[in-house]
Design a protein around this ligand. Structure first.
Ligand code: HEC
Ligand code: HEC
Length: 281
């Protein structure tokens, strides 16, 4: 009972006073002549009435940065990822390109289906796991640290090859258990504030929280360049930040917990275009 009251107070405090701004739902995101799906009706059984890209909730200035690759600050990092694609590294004397050839062809669509079940590992793997598997076991190179510059740059370079394609993750078969675990996490109240992901991103999207316009917390634009820290940010980094904001202990980037959550959140964003690399505040 006490917990409930506190949560209500905390929610009220966080959502204090600010006017509820509306998502500019008529804005359309066109990049390189390609129109992104930023809004669609949710299918039956989905917890939301409509699925909205986080891009819709940003200011005009932030939105504009994502419409032109020359203005999009992510591209410095994408370029680094593309250079790493061609760079020989590790004892096997290979680069990504040695095996996968042209990134535009071999990596097209890969990001749209991530994370996904890996039969060999018997786990759901994020794109980062696939990249490190190749580095360690196919290149004999050192794995890249999760959520650090080299990894985020490669995730962005690979992710770009799916830009404009609909997010579509497979949550059937052995992935179903991970999906359910992720869903449980999404509705679990964390931290002193006792807030779940859903309390903010399902119950309050469209509202202001402090100076921030709350979105549905979709992952279709990741890795995302944030004006706040002027670098790419991975999906798991964002999860960590959001959980910390509830003043809770969080999970590690790359953990099974966060991969399960990533699968579930990707499912919530099904049908949105992959916007990688997006720009956010
Ligand atoms: C020695 C050859 C080789 C090298 C070098 C290599 N890969 Fe791979 N990679 C593979 C093979 C084989 C697979 C598995 C393909 C499959 O089973 O569908 C794979 C799978 C992948 C996947 C998953 C694709 C999917 O559709 O699930 C990604 C992403 C990937 N590699 C990225 C990279 C990156 C980035 C590099 C460089 C850092 C790299 N690979 C280096 C051979 C290689
Ligand atoms: C106290 C409210 C709050 C909670 C609880 C919260 N978030 Fe967030 N989240 C935010 C705010 C504020 C932002 C930045 C503005 C926005 O995009 O909504 C954000 C952004 C995000 C984004 C980036 C969206 C984009 O388009 O770039 C993702 C993904 C996300 N949250 C996922 C989660 C997940 C998963 C959880 C639960 C573990 C969670 N959040 C819990 C407040 C919250």
């Amino acid at each position: 009972m006490l917990g409930k009251t506190f949560a209500a107070l905390a929610t009220a405090a966080l959502l204090l006073g600010a006017p509820a701004a509306q998502a500019d739902e008529n804005a359309s995101l066109v990049v390189n002549g390609q129109t992104m799906v930023t809004k669609l009706a949710a299918p039956k059984g989905h917890p939301l009435p409509e699925i909205l890209s986080g891009w819709l909730f940003r200011t005009d200035e932030t939105q504009a940065l994502q419409t032109d690759d020359f203005d999009n600050p992510s591209f410095i990092f994408v370029e680094a990822g593309l250079a790493a694609w061609k760079k020989v590294d590790g004892a096997a004397g290979k680069s990504c390109e040695s095996c996968h050839k042209d990134i535009q062809t071999s990596m097209k669509g890969v990001r749209a289906g991530m994370p996904k079940w890996n039969e060999k590992a018997k786990e759901v793997w994020s794109l980062e796991n696939y990249i490190n598997d190749c580095r360690e076991n196919r290149m004999q190179a050192k794995p890249w640290a999760w959520a650090k510059a080299e990894m985020d740059a490669m995730v962005a370079a690979v992710g770009l090859q799916s830009r404009g394609m609909p997010v579509k993750v497979d949550v059937s078969g052995p992935a179903a258990e991970w999906f359910n675990r992720g869903k449980d996490m999404y509705y679990t109240r964390y931290g002193q504030l006792e807030l779940s992901c859903a309390n903010c991103h399902e119950d309050h999207y469209g509202d202001m929280i402090r100076a921030d316009h709350l979105s549905q917390g979709q992952t279709n634009g990741f890795p995302t360049y944030r004006l706040k820290n002027t670098k790419l940010n991975s999906i798991h980094d964002r999860f960590k930040g959001c959980i910390r904001d509830t003043r809770a202990e969080t999970f590690a980037t790359g953990s099974a917990e966060f991969r399960a959550l990533e699968l579930y959140v990707a499912w919530r964003g099904q049908g949105l275009s992959v916007e990688t690399p997006s720009v956010r505040q």
